[in-house]
Design a protein around this ligand. Structure first.
Ligand code: GAP
Length: 457
């Protein structure tokens, strides 16, 4: 099935309530989006799947939810204040300002002019004033990655959990970047979410763990429904590595606008823990930070029975939630030609990611007998903890099915007159096969629990 165009996805997201341009009643804010009633469910389900696989299903990773406002010294020592920038170019003909991609021709993307300024670095971090006095000293950064707050909490987490490497700290949260040219819907935005793991290892075991996490993450995305043919690994050339990285391998996905980064898996060495550690000389770490802004903490560990301090290396799988949502919607979307000559749009989300798991539909609108029964079935299914169960009372059953297909609901349950007048059975309809079966009300819970568990990936 070919990928949908970006226009198709943007329109579906708006029409059905997945994603809206933020502040559109005021003309919008570029590079900022809101997740609507279905989008928030999909996003939460994706984050929950990541958290489950990182924190609950393993015994070597702890969770964290740290502050977004970030102390300026953290991002000074991490190197972001000095190096976290993109090359920016202005067009002298039309005044367009744009970010220069590595392979871009030196030509304005708007008017085609080659009369451009020299590229100059553009700071990507967003600043805010903290406290009542608005002067140049009282600022904090909105974090550009969740990673730094994990590094500065290394000792807190290690001490309170008794962990020693190899172990990891996982965090999901917002990050902010003043992207010069946000584009491609939610692919490159100014406010986004990351799912980041910082996995701390002995310095001599970095290469082994890096390979491990590359494989693990590629496999995980496939378990979220992304086809292996749409995913590929990309070894970042040495010249393009971030200032902290020894080696980075990206997981690329074939998005509607092109094949681009979904997640990066970096070997950050001891760069970050070293940078946030006081007393670099005694530990022979990098001598690259101003002496007046060191932390007062040693972010290192000792092996059992050894006195030597070791600064762990960090392997970092860092995934974008928004890019994940875009990839998953793009992969799941399809248009099917039906035997009666009609077509249907169906979003074949894996059940564990679907915003609505089951729609309960009374056959006729505003019918109190059907509605009473449908409400009872909905309440019962909701109590099983399967996820969101929706009561859909819009009357036209064909339209209801089409709407549920388009939002990816794996199953519909219809309450009709046979249910309330004859045999207490319901119609269970599957999104993908469109097969309908009758099933007794007292079996519906088990039937749906089984089907939802097995139709996930
Ligand atoms: N801590 C490492 C780090 O932040 P990154 O490659 O800059 O590395 C990691 O970002 C992931 O965050 C990317 O793979 C992407 O999925 C997501 N991401 C980065 N910038 C983004 C943006 N402007 N909009 C949406 N997602 C973004």
């Amino acid at each position: 099935m070919p990928s949908p165009s970006m226009e198709t996805l943007v329109s579906l997201c708006k029409k059905r309530g997945f994603i809206f341009p933020a502040f559109d009643i005021y003309g919008g804010l570029q590079g900022v989006y809101d997740y609507g009633p279905l989008g928030v469910e999909l996003k939460n389900n994706l984050k929950a799947a990541w958290w489950r696989s990182m924190v609950y299903e393993r015994d070597d990773i702890e969770g964290l939810d740290a502050a977004i406002l970030t102390h300026r010294n953290v991002l000074k020592q991490s190197g972001h204040e000095d190096t976290f920038s993109d090359p920016m170019v202005d067009c002298r003909s039309c005044n367009e300002r744009f970010r220069l991609e590595p392979d871009d021709a030196l030509r304005c993307p708007k008017c085609g002019s080659t009369d451009l300024t020299e590229p100059r670095p553009f700071q990507l971090m967003l600043k805010t004033i903290v406290g009542p006095v608005e002067d140049s000293e009282n600022y904090a950064w909105l974090r550009p990655e969740t990673a730094q707050s994990i590094f500065v909490n290394f000792r807190n987490v290690a001490a309170t959990t008794g962990r020693r490497p190899p172990f990891g700290i996982a965090q999901i949260g917002k990050a902010f970047r003043n992207e010069i040219t946000p584009r491609n819907f939610i692919f490159r935005v100014r406010e986004f979410e990351q799912m980041e793991l910082e996995y701390f290892v002995h310095p001599q075991e970095d290469a082994k763990w890096h390979e491990y996490w590359i494989e693990n993450r590629l496999d995980w995305w496939q378990r979220q429904g992304l086809a292996s043919g749409n995913l590929e690994l990309f070894e970042q050339p040495a010249a393009e590595l971030a200032h902290y990285s020894k080696r980075t391998v990206d997981i690329l996905y074939r998005f509607p606008h092109g094949t681009e980064e979904l997640e990066g898996i970096a070997n950050r060495t001891d760069y970050d823990l070293g940078s946030h550690t006081r007393g670099q000389s005694e530990m022979s770490l990098h001598a690259r930070v101003a002496p007046n802004a060191f932390s007062n903490t040693r972010l290192a560990y000792q092996r059992a029975g050894e006195s030597q301090w070791i600064v762990p290396y960090v392997i970092e799988p860092s995934a974008g939630v928004d890019r994940g949502v875009l990839a998953i919607l793009s992969e799941a979307w399809c248009e099917e030609h039906l035997p009666d000559g009609k077509t249907r749009t169906v979003v074949k989300l894996p059940a564990h990611l679907a915003p609505v798991k089951v729609a309960v539909i009374p056959l006729k609108r505003n019918h109190s007998g059907l509605m009473t029964k449908a409400k009872a079935v909905k309440a019962y299914l909701q109590s099983l903890g399967l996820g969101r169960i929706l009561l859909e009372d819009s009357g036209n059953i064909g339209k209801c099915y089409r709407r549920q297909d388009e939002i990816g609901t794996p199953f519909c349950v219809t309450v009709d007159f046979q249910t309330i007048e004859q045999d207490n059975t319901l119609t269970l309809r599957s999104r993908d096969s469109m097969v309908q079966t009758r099933i007794a009300v007292d079996r519906i819970g088990d039937a749906l629990s089984d089907r939802l568990a097995t139709s996930g990936i």
